[in-house]
Write a protein that binds this ligand. Sequence first.
Ligand SMILES: [Zn+2]
Length: 111
Amino acid sequence: MPVSPDDARLMDVLQGGRCFYCGEPVGAKATFDHLIPQAYGGIDDPANVVLAHRRCNQRKGDRLPTIEELERFFHDRRTSRLGVWQPLRALRDADAGQEWIAVARAISQEK
Ligand SMILES: [Zn+2]
């Protein structure tokens, strides 16, 4: 389900009003960044979305999140109804070099 205005407000609180990538205040100009890019099957749902500056979102492009980013996301979401999309956990647990296949496999199991 796409991010609702309520979800976006909650996300802003969870992130302390800061961009997920650079940590600087993001304010009302925040964009929705998909941790697992939609181009690779990432869902448009709060459980796969963070707030980021447009420039940080664009700089991230179509890469997968790093382990550090994943751990930060899981920490932010640990008690939040916004949740964590299961393929992100599969990515964290993937062996080095197996990240993309782990994500693809986890996404196929979601459907
Ligand atoms: Zn930023």
